[in-house]
Design a protein around this ligand. Structure first.
Ligand SMILES: [Mg+2]
Length: 328
């Protein structure tokens, strides 16, 4: 810490205590631990994600964007469980050469997203490391006891839905790597934004309780994540490629290069909700979509059997070159 101009306590007071001001259970970050009291009849949902500079992000991104992606991937997991955000803890390991202005921008990104998504800091730890920046958020949400959405409830006959649009995250990463030539700059910008700052569906997730039989968020890729639902539910799933909703930018990219279809259907980082619901829930799902101003699109179905098939408009199987990447 010697090379940093503020000491540990001053750093907590300056950068982290303001983030905890909205959460009484954080006790002003002056106690040994925080208190979380779930609302009557609710249980606490816990999820955690770690990002390492050079592994999970390039390393030279603006610190506020890094902070927001880390918080948002956690919020997306809460949404996929049907939980409402409550609080989070933050553990950071920073190289001592990193300046306080990095921390200032990092915490400013968190502050903006706390207001946006209704969550606050409950506690954490910060240490210095000879290695790369390593960041962990553990997020706590709440859900009515027994009502959490699971991956395991999909049944034959269910329809498969996704929120928003699919493929933007994977295409955004390709754009950043210079792999999408000829695309208009506005489309490039919107795909990069979607990759760097996903939109966790925090308003939608809790509303799917009682509607969806199973849910997950799209982090590994549409086909792979539907595969997770199919596997633990003991069913098969079919994706109709033509039904998968695309953003204007993704549609333009696909028109330029039809081979990008595999990245759209198999790539990750969308952080949309993917869920299975019975056909009888269709009307209520349409009403929810209208109320939230969020597309909820049926893209396929659940059948008896095993595995995930992607089919074209004529029902013929499409082989994806990459069925989603593995966890890094
Ligand atoms: Mg997830």
């Amino acid at each position: 810490m010697a090379s940093r101009k503020t000491g540990e306590f001053e750093r907590i007071a300056t950068f982290f205590a303001p983030l905890a001001a909205g959460f009484p259970g954080a006790l002003g970050l002056t106690d040994d631990a925080a208190l979380i009291r779930p609302a009557e009849g609710c249980e606490i949902v816990v999820t955690t994600d770690t990002m390492v500079a050079g592994v999970h992000y390039v390393g030279d991104e603006p610190a506020d964007l890094v902070a927001q992606k880390l918080l948002r991937v956690n919020l997306s997991d809460l949404a996929a469980m049907g939980a409402r955000p409550v609080a989070y803890t933050l553990n950071i390991a920073l190289p001592s050469a990193l300046e306080d202005d990095w921390l200032e921008r990092f915490t400013a990104g968190l502050a903006a997203d706390q207001r946006r998504f209704g969550i606050a800091l409950a506690g954490g730890d910060s240490v210095s490391t000879p290695g790369p920046v390593t960041l962990t958020i553990t997020a706590f949400g709440e859900v009515a006891a027994g009502a959490a959405l699971r991956r395991s409830g999909a049944r034959a006959g269910d329809l498969v839905y996704v929120s928003g649009t699919i493929g933007d995250g994977a295409l955004g990463l390709k754009v950043l790597r210079g792999h999408v030539a000829g695309l208009a700059q506005t489309h490039k910008d919107s795909l990069i934004e979607r990759y760097r700052r996903p939109q966790p569906r925090t308003a939608c997730g809790p509303r799917l309780a009682g509607l969806a039989h199973a849910a997950i968020d799209v982090s590994d890729g549409l086909a792979a994540d539907l595969g997770h639902i199919a596997e633990v539910s003991g069913v098969a799933a079919v994706i109709e490629a033509v039904s998968v909703p695309l953003s204007t930018a993704a549609a333009a990219a696909l028109e330029l290069d039809p081979d990008l279809r595999d990245a759209i259907l198999g790539g990750g980082d969308d952080y949309e909700l993917l869920f299975a619901a019975p056909p009888g829930a269709g009307g209520r799902i349409a009403s929810l979509a209208a109320e939230l101003g969020l597309a909820l699109t049926a893209i396929g179905r659940i059948e008896n059997g095993r595995g995930v098939r992607v089919v074209d408009a004529g029902g013929a199987a499409i082989a994806l070159r990459a069925a989603g990447y593995t966890h890094r």
